[in-house]
Design a protein around this ligand. Structure first.
Ligand SMILES: *[C@@H]1O[C@H](CO)[C@@H](O)[C@H](O)[C@H]1NC(C)=O
Ligand SMILES: *[C@@H]1O[C@H](CO)[C@@H](O)[C@H](O)[C@H]1NC(C)=O
Ligand SMILES: *[C@@H]1O[C@H](CO)[C@@H](O)[C@H](O)[C@H]1NC(C)=O
Ligand SMILES: *[C@@H]1O[C@H](CO)[C@@H](O)[C@H](O)[C@H]1NC(C)=O
Ligand SMILES: *[C@@H]1O[C@H](CO)[C@@H](O)[C@H](O)[C@H]1NC(C)=O
Ligand SMILES: *[C@@H]1O[C@H](CO)[C@@H](O)[C@H](O)[C@H]1NC(C)=O
Ligand SMILES: *[C@@H]1O[C@H](CO)[C@@H](O)[C@H](O)[C@H]1NC(C)=O
Ligand SMILES: *[C@@H]1O[C@H](CO)[C@@H](O)[C@H](O)[C@H]1NC(C)=O
Ligand SMILES: *[C@@H]1O[C@H](CO)[C@@H](O)[C@H](O)[C@H]1NC(C)=O
Length: 485
């Protein structure tokens, strides 16, 4: 076999491997001070056989990197755009043109294989109050019309990612499920819209948050442990928190007249830092339990042969700039660390028991910023807390991986995070003369003082791009030719 033929055979294998794991995708967020370069992330997705990805916006660099990958893409619209998309059909048309049409490709072409446009990032979260509700339906209709005008409506569906708190059950039992009363009208309009366009219901299911907020959900029940005490709902038996939440939603949908509505689990995962029980080992148990459950296709007591049509793991990577309003764990949902290194063993695709790490990641030099113990440290805590308003101090918060490092090492942690986020600039390790740059790694045990990524895009990445495009072009030529032989 010539090397080219070998390559083509290898590439032919990618889509078929993808389809086996087709129902499981990941959320790829980029709210990080030093995001992993998009081309590296796409490589990471491919090497782990991840065939679908959900984005929170329409970053051109991300969409360019996904071009030609044949990965199914859900592109997000930030909440801040909902108002203008509701009030203006023209704004919706521009959005679709600039962020979808320009990159679109249905099959093996060089473009992006868009599957969904996700309107808003959990716009119904209770903490947003009524900030975004009034715009959702109008914006969804305008985007739908714009997709129709661009001849994309049959391939790209409009969906609205709903947060875990859009539905509830006071009794804790699925049979008591209903939508939050303040959303009742909007939800019915949304479901009518989705139903009319054959679009699924996108929703976050969060056994982690259920466990956190609900004294009656045990850790074992959240983690799919066989030994967990089951919950009974008349003659139905629930063995895990996922099924319980899912069927609570199924009841809510049935109650308002949509018992057959398809469900996509848009976000589900387990964080690994920032609060008790958020560790890599619990996350590993949860993720394995979830993936085995989805693979068994056994469904839930209310939908025994109708499991979620797709499930998007939350999240691919840690993001050090996520809002921490709901908890310090928000920056640690990644299956991979910020630099694309697996936190635990997991099998996304088939066979391989291990996740494949990002390769050739480029870091800033091996330098850290720590507190100078020879100085008067009476103001150090105040200075560190100020640094933490910008830096990522979630690991030194209660329950975090660095919570038990003693003072003043926690000050060093804060200084270092700030220094790394600012590209190790010398003057960002000053802190009123209390900072000191060192080449000795201050990490210990589970507490890691990280070095940030070098984010300037290097020429070698462009080379890799060109290579990929060339190979994909050859690949499409080859498949066309093979049809005539
Ligand atoms: C949404 O847009 C429509 C059409 O422009 C407008 O009538 C309506 O007032 C808008 N809704 C809100 C809440 O602004
Ligand atoms: C998407 O399209 C809108 C409207 O043209 C534009 O303002 C926006 O910058 C584009 N990109 C993203 C990332 O939303
Ligand atoms: C929600 O709407 C449904 C259907 O119109 C109705 O039966 C139910 O009583 C409403 N619930 C609330 C809390 O408004
Ligand atoms: C709490 O969970 C147990 C099962 O572990 C169940 O029997 C009981 O009904 C639940 N109580 C409430 C109030 O949800
Ligand atoms: C969960 O957190 C609690 C409180 O810190 C702790 O006692 C328990 O051992 C943890 N369990 C696991 C499995 O991490
Ligand atoms: C993303 O990061 C910015 C700061 O860079 C912050 O203002 C914003 O709230 C973050 N978004 C989310 C969803 O965390
Ligand atoms: C600590 O801060 C106070 C108030 O800003 C200042 O007066 C004092 O000199 C500082 N102490 C040291 C040791 O820097
Ligand atoms: C912090 O706790 C971990 C286990 O939770 C332990 O392995 C480590 O030694 C502790 N570090 C310090 C500095 O006490
Ligand atoms: C560091 O630890 C000390 C002592 O536990 C605490 O008072 C201080 O607030 C911590 N500093 C930060 C930045 O978390």
């Amino acid at each position: 076999m010539s090397p080219y033929l070998t390559l083509l055979v290898l590439l032919l294998a990618i889509p078929s491997m993808g389809s086996l794991a087709g129902a499981i995708g990941v959320n790829w967020g980029t709210n990080a001070s030093h995001p992993l370069p998009p081309a590296k992330v796409v490589e990471l997705l491919k090497s782990n056989n991840i065939a679908k990805v959900k984005l929170f916006d329409a970053d051109p660099l991300v969409l360019e990197a996904l071009s030609g990958s044949n990965i199914g893409v859900t592109v997000g619209i930030p909440n801040s755009l909902l108002k203008s998309l509701n009030s203006s059909k023209k704004a919706a048309e521009s959005w679709v043109h600039d962020n979808v049409t320009r990159y679109f490709s249905a099959g093996h072409g060089n473009g992006v294989r868009f599957e969904y446009v996700a309107l808003g990032d959990e716009p119904f979260l209770q903490s947003y109050s009524e900030q975004f509700h009034p715009f959702i339906i109008g914006a969804a209709m305008n985007i739908q019309i714009a997709l129709g005008r661009a001849n994309l409506a049959s391939e790209v569906k409009v969906v609205v990612p709903c947060s875990f708190d859009t539905f509830l059950s006071e009794s804790g039992k699925p049979s008591g499920g209903h939508f939050r009363p303040d959303l009742n009208k909007t939800m019915i309009e949304l479901l009518e819209f989705l139903s009319k366009h054959h679009s699924p219901f996108f929703v976050t299911i969060s056994p982690f948050i259920s466990f956190h907020q609900n004294k009656n959900i045990s850790l074992d029940f959240a983690l799919f442990k066989e030994t967990a005490h089951p919950h009974k709902d008349s003659h139905k038996t629930y063995k895990n928190s996922f099924d319980l939440s899912y069927d609570t939603l199924v009841t809510a949908l049935s109650t308002v007249g949509f018992p057959e509505m398809d469900i996509v689990v848009a976000q589900i995962g387990w964080p690994t830092d920032g609060v008790a029980n958020a560790t890599s080992s619990t996350a590993e148990i949860f993720m394995k339990g979830l993936i085995n459950h989805l693979r068994s296709r056994s469904g839930t007591p209310l939908r025994p042969r109708n499991p979620p049509i797709e499930t998007y793991i939350y999240s691919l990577l840690d993001e050090d700039q996520r809002r921490t309003a709901t908890g310090n764990f928000e920056r640690h949902w990644g299956v991979f660390t910020f630099d694309g290194q697996a936190k635990y063993h997991l099998n996304f695709g088939q066979n391989a028991e291990k996740l494949v790490n990002a390769r050739n990641v480029e870091y800033l030099p091996s330098r850290w910023c720590v507190v100078n113990n020879n100085k008067d440290l009476s103001n150090a805590t105040a200075i560190a807390l100020e640094a933490c308003s910008v830096a990522d101090c979630s690991a030194i918060s209660p329950g975090g991986s660095c919570y038990n490092i003693s003072w003043p090492r926690n000050i060093s942690y804060a200084f270092n995070s700030y220094y790394q986020q600012h590209n190790q600039r010398h003057d960002n390790c000053d802190f009123g003369g209390l900072g000191l740059i060192t080449t000795v790694d201050p990490s210990a045990d589970n507490c890691r003082f990280s070095i940030e990524l070098r984010t300037s895009y290097s020429a070698s990445l462009h080379g890799a791009y060109l290579f990929l495009w060339t190979v994909l072009l050859m690949f499409s030529t080859f498949t066309c030719l093979s049809k005539f032989t």
